[in-house]
Each structure stands twice: as C-alpha cells, then as structure tokens.
Design a protein around this ligand. Structure first.
Ligand code: PHB
Length: 392
C-alpha cells in the first residue's frame, strides 16, 4: 500500500488533517485501532475555541456545529459563595467558545472523509514505523484481516495519543519529556437533569474545586476535585450530590438541580509536552505530543491548531518542494502549546485546593480570583486565552 501522508489515529488531529489535506488534493490513509462505533460513542468534553469553529465552518464541516453547537459568551468563576462573570464576547471583541462535544466533531469529520471516498481503516493495529530518515518511511500494521501489512508514504503523522506508536518512535536521545502530575483528580458525572446554569461554572471552595458543565438540555456534566486514587465505589449518589452542593453553596442560594446519575469516572490530571514534535519524516500532533489538565478546556483545540500548521507546511511542500515550514513545525507548534500549558496550569492552580494548603495559600488564591474578576486587564487575559489565541 502507498499514500502520500500516512496518518496514525482517527481522533480530532488525524481526521481534521486528512480533511484539510484532501482540500489541497493531497492523499492520506488513516489507520485506527478502534471501530467507528466506539469512536463515535465515547463521550468527551467539547469546548471549541473560536478559531476551531471558524476552521470547521470555513472548510465545510461546520454545518451541524452551526446548528447544534451552543455558543458560550462568557463563563462564571464562583468563589466566596457568589458568581463572578467573565464576559468573553465583550472582553475579546466578539470571540466566544462553543459547546459541541468531541464525539460530535468526530462524527462530522468521519462522515466528511467517507463521503469523498477517503480511506479510514478501522480496527487496524499499528506495530511500528521505520525509515523515518529516508524519503519513503513505512508504517507497519496488522489489518482487520489479521495480516501483517505495510503502508509506504512520504510522511508519517503520529496522531495516536499519549500511548501510541508515534511518540514512542521519537528517539530517546532526541526526545525531551516535560511532565507535571497533579496531586488530585476530577470525579466526573453525567446526570439526567436540566441545566443548573446557562454558562459553565468554575467553582473554588475550601473543600476543593467543582465544575458545572453541560451536554444537552437534558444531560449535565459535573466534576469535583478528588483524590486521584479514590474509587468510584466509595461514592454513593447521595454523597456525590452533597459534595457538589457543598462546593457551590453560597449566600446567593444557588443550588444544583439534581437528577439520575448514569455515568461516573475519575479523571487524572497531568501536564505533558514532548519536544521536539518531529523527527525526520515523522510528525506528532495532538495528544501524541502533549497533554493538558482539563481545567482550561484546551485539549481538542490544541490538536486542531497543530494540524492547522501541518496542513500549511505539507501544502507548501507539495506545491513548491520547499521544506522550511515542515522544518519549522515543531518550533511553531510548541510556542502555542506552551502558552496553552501555562494557561491550563494557571487555571488549575488558581481553582484547586492543594492538600496541606495553608491559610496564606487560601487568601492568596482568593486575591488572585479577585484580581481576575475585578480588573479589566486580568479578566481580558483570561478571556483571550480561554477563547483561544489565533492559529498560526
Ligand atoms: C466538560 O464539559 O466536560 C468540560 C468543560 C470545561 C472544562 C473541562 C471539561 O474545562
């Protein structure tokens, strides 16, 4: 088998890149270990930055997003028992975020690929990559027919997440790992209830952080900071609700609307960057190259901004033969990645309560929240970062 760009992984990065390259007439094959049904039914967060929405709409995969995505014109920071609103639209000259869950993005991108005859091989297991220093690197995989196969290509794109073959193929002597593990996790629930708030609520409380998000008019997503080693079985529904209610409680009488909890999970919190994001003819994008804690809602958007750069670089290469944009990919992508890393770390540390935090730490945290919600300069900084820096 041969193609121009071999893509490992049908997540947001791999699918969006295949779509963008197709518009330039560049051929791709995507190899994906999971089945289509599994990908399309795994429920993930989906706060899309303005540039992500713009790119999807401009390239013809934003029809359903425009219809069903819910714009969020601002967000609530809750502390001291009351709400403080950050007005994204007013502070950023009209930029907003849009709530549209990740699996909906994936459904739209898969449909767009298949509609134009694009190749996505579901249920294939990539075992290795080779020839990264040559002009014809190879992806080795076991196909759905269980046969050992090879995909010869001009370039290999590792869009296969934190545990994929792509990152592992970055040579030890070259690769630098930058990592931070947080001493807490998020206990997440999905419940059947109407929204308790129209906008997301990021709450800081002495008992720890809580986030009130939503999915649909009838399904809500909520989280509270927990011990990352805690067990789901330790939490009865009553205990979950009383913890969530305690963390948002305040003098304004705000209460969460409770409902049947039908999914529970514990999310670990980690920041990670792999440098560089390329080696020879292998390029990494999305979670294969970096992880952010979910507090800043940046994960999906970083995957899309990586492939925005790769699409331009590959397009330029196939049109002119030049390699300057490809050679500069890692440096260009990492600049935005590190800005998002800083933002996600900062939001996390401003809102979570570390074990052993002192009274001084608590007061300092509240002063920081007061600065962010009480001054235009600091509120604008949060708003600009949350709605997202421009791509490229
Ligand atoms: C979510 O809806 O799951 C969600 C929203 C915002 C975040 C993280 C997760 O920052």
């Amino acid at each position: 088998m041969r193609t121009q760009v071999g893509i490992i992984g049908a997540g947001p990065a791999g699918l969006m890149l295949a779509h963008l390259l197709h518009l330039r007439g560049i051929e791709t094959v995507i190899l994906e270990s999971r089945q289509r049904e599994a990908i399309e039914s795994t429920i993930r967060a989906g706060i899309l930055e303005q540039s992500t929405v713009d790119l999807m709409v401009e390239t013809g995969v934003g029809e359903r997003l425009k219809r069903e995505g819910v714009p969020h014109h601002g967000t609530i920071l809750r502390f001291g028992g009351r709400n403080h609103r950050i007005d994204f639209q007013g502070l950023t000259g009209g930029r907003v975020t849009t709530l549209y869950p990740q699996h909906e993005v994936l459904k739209d991108l898969i449909a767009a690929r298949l509609q134009v005859g694009g190749e996505i091989r579901f249920g294939t297991k990539v075992t290795a990559v080779s020839g990264l220093d040559s002009k014809q690197p190879v992806i080795h995989f076991i196909g759905a027919d269980a046969a050992d196969s090879r995909l010869h290509c001009d370039f290999i794109l590792g869009c296969d997440g934190a545990y994929g073959v792509g990152r592992a193929a970055m040579p030890d002597g070259l690769r630098q790992d930058y990592q931070r593990i947080y001493p807490f996790g998020w206990f997440g629930i999905l419940c059947k209830a109407p929204p308790s708030s129209e906008e997301l609520v990021y709450a800081r409380h002495d008992r720890g952080f809580a986030l009130i998000s939503n999915r649909t008019p009838d399904v809500q997503r909520m989280y509270f900071q927990c011990d990352p080693n805690d067990k789901i079985e330790n939490w009865s529904d009553d205990r979950i609700w009383s913890e969530l209610q305690a963390r948002v409680q305040g003098g304004d009488g705000f209460r969460l609307i409770e409902g049947e909890i039908f999914q529970r999970n514990i999310v670990p919190m980690r920041s990670y960057v792999c440098e560089p994001m390329q080696h020879g003819r292998l390029f990494l994008a999305g979670d294969a190259a970096h992880t952010v804690p979910p507090t800043g809602a940046k994960g999906l958007n970083l995957a899309i901004s990586d492939v925005f750069l790769l699409d331009r670089a590959l397009g330029h290469h196939y049109a002119t033969g030049a390699t300057d944009l490809l050679d500069g990919y890692s440096a260009a992508a990492l600049r935005r990645v590190w800005r998002a890393q800083h933002f996600s770390w900062w939001m996390t540390s401003m809102l979570h309560r570390a074990d052993g935090a002192s009274a001084f730490d608590d007061r300092r945290q509240l002063a920081e929240l007061d600065l962010v919600t009480g001054t235009v300069a600091a509120a604008t900084s949060l708003a600009q970062n949350y709605v997202g820096l421009p791509f490229g």
